[in-house]
Every structure is written in structure tokens, then in C-alpha cells.
Design a protein around this ligand. Structure first.
Ligand code: HEM
Length: 238
């Protein structure tokens, strides 16, 4: 996949990234106010004048609270999350109404396994690049590029798992199956959050510790959910 402009020119994707690290308007405003106190003392009233407030220490980097941060999840990402969760709900309901032919079920079983390979394999590849970056053995650019390149296989794998899982007659009265549906819900949500974190990582030359921690938490929850769903599926197989 070719590099996009936000990868090659991070500042173009995020105004905050290109903002110079200078003092804020509030800082300069305070200094000006101090000067105006001195002007007032030019009046004829012979009372002792209050001392001007000491100027605040000069800031070289903006505090996190003053930095402009876009919302973590965009509308498109929120819509993707809503679509994925609605699809999962529909799969759960429709699977209880279907009685697939044994031949169809066999094909669905194979497709289900193939989609595990595609989806979980792609998630593993992205997280592997992320781990290498954290260990100092790879670049942030390679993590972002891998995440972008593998977003389509990840979501295609997940969609295929939903469609094929619908034809596998899940037994919703079994607690393990309900736990699996919960895990699939987490994979969907973690997938959307991973997109949001990847978008932010692409916009910054050096990501904040908070963003790195969020990325780590998303990757961990995603791995736990994918593997739990796979193990439960294996235990539930007939
Ligand atoms: C992250 C998503 C998912 C993963 C990683 C996953 C993984 C697996 C795996 C590894 C198996 C064992 C297959 C075998 O050994 O033959 C399996 C079986 C199964 N999965 Fe999933 N699955 C996922 C989503 C779903 C969904 C959404 C449903 C339906 C609601 C579903 C329903 C089933 C059923 C019913 C079986 C048992 C099939 C049988 O009787 O052989 N799965 N799954």
C-alpha cells in the first residue's frame, strides 16, 4: 500500500503536530497586564501602589491540557463500531432461525477456520510490528504502515467469521457460547479503537505516553479477545 500524505507529512494530518511549542496567549496576556498596573500608578492619588504580580515562568512546551486534541474516535469510526455490533446482533438472532444443510455447514466450518487465519493472522502481524517498535527494533512508521495495510484483511476476516459463524448453529443456551459472543464484541470494539489509535500515531512524530498506553491496552484486549474466541470455538466444535 502506498504511503499516504499523513504518513510522509505528519504535520499535515494534525494541526497540533505543526503548532510551534511557544508560550500561550494566556502567558503573554499576564505580562501585558503587569505593565498596565504600572501605567495606572501615573495618576495623582498619593497612595502606595500595589506591586505588579510576578510574571509566570516562561513555558517552552504547552501543557497537555492546552494542546488541541481531536476526539479519539471520529464519526466514521463510531459508525463502523455501530455497524459491527449491529451485524453481530443480527448474526446471533438469525443463527437461531436457520437450519443449514449439512453440506452448507461443512463449507461454513472451513470458511470459519480460514477467516480465523486471515483475521487473527493480520491482527498478530500488526501487534508484532508494534511490539518490535516498543522494543526499539522497528520504527513507528512501519507500525502505522502495517496497521493500514492490514486493516482490510482484519475486517474481512471478522466479517467472514460473523457470516460463517451464523451458519454453524451456535448454541446460545451454553455459557461458553455467550462468553464467545462477548469476546467477539470486544474484538469489534478493539478493532475500531485500533483504527483510531493508528490514525493518531500517524499524525505525531513522537506520540504522547498516554497514546502509547492506550495503544498497548487496545492491542492487549484485542489479542485476549481473539484468542479467547478461538479457544472457545475449538472447545465448542462438534
Ligand atoms: C473473533 C471471532 C471468532 C473467532 C476467532 C472464532 C474462532 C472459532 C474457532 C477456532 C472454531 C473451531 C473450529 C473448528 O475447530 O472446527 C470456532 C467454532 C465455532 N464458532 Fe467461531 N469464531 C469467531 C466468531 C464466531 C461467531 C461470531 C459465531 C456465531 C455467532 C461463531 C460460532 C461458532 C460455532 C457455532 C462454532 C462451532 C462449530 C462446530 O460445531 O464445529 N464464531 N470458532
Amino acid at each position: 500500500m502506498p504511503a499516504t500524505s499523513s504518513q510522509t507529512h505528519p504535520a499535515a494530518a494534525d494541526p497540533a503536530a505543526s503548532r510551534p511549542d511557544t508560550g500561550t496567549a494566556a502567558d503573554t496576556g499576564t505580562a501585558a497586564d503587569a505593565g498596565s498596573v504600572g501605567d495606572a500608578s501615573a495618576g495623582a492619588v498619593p497612595e502606595p501602589q500595589p506591586q505588579p504580580a510576578p510574571a509566570p515562568p516562561e513555558r517552552t512546551t504547552p501543557s497537555p491540557a492546552r494542546r488541541w486534541d481531536p476526539p479519539l474516535v471520529t464519526r466514521a469510526e463510531a459508525a463502523l463500531a455501530a455497524t459491527a455490533l449491529s451485524a453481530l446482533g443480527a448474526v446471533v438472532v438469525v443463527s437461531q432461525l436457520l437450519d443449514p444443510h449439512p453440506g452448507v455447514r461443512s463449507v461454513a466450518q472451513f470458511a470459519h477456520l480460514a477467516c480465523v487465519v486471515v483475521g487473527l493472522g493480520s491482527v498478530l502481524a500488526v501487534d508484532w510490528f508494534g511490539l518490535r517498535w516498543r522494543l526499539g527494533r522497528g520504527s513507528l512508521e512501519s507500525v502505522v504502515a502495517t496497521a493500514r495495510a492490514l486493516a482490510v484483511p482484519i475486517w474481512l476476516g471478522l466479517a467472514g467469521l460473523l457470516v460463517s459463524g451464523m451458519l454453524l448453529e451456535p448454541e446460545l443456551s451454553a455459557p461458553l457460547t455467550l462468553a464467545k459472543v462477548a469476546m467477539v464484541t470486544v474484538t469489534c470494539l478493539a478493532g475500531v479503537l485500533a483504527l483510531a489509535v493508528g490514525r493518531r500515531l500517524a499524525a505525531r512524530r513522537s506520540p504522547s505516553p498516554r497514546l502509547v498506553r492506550t495503544g498497548l491496552a487496545v492491542a492487549l484486549s484485542s489479542q485476549v479477545a481473539w484468542w479467547s474466541a478461538a479457544v472457545i470455538g475449538f472447545l465448542n466444535r462438534t
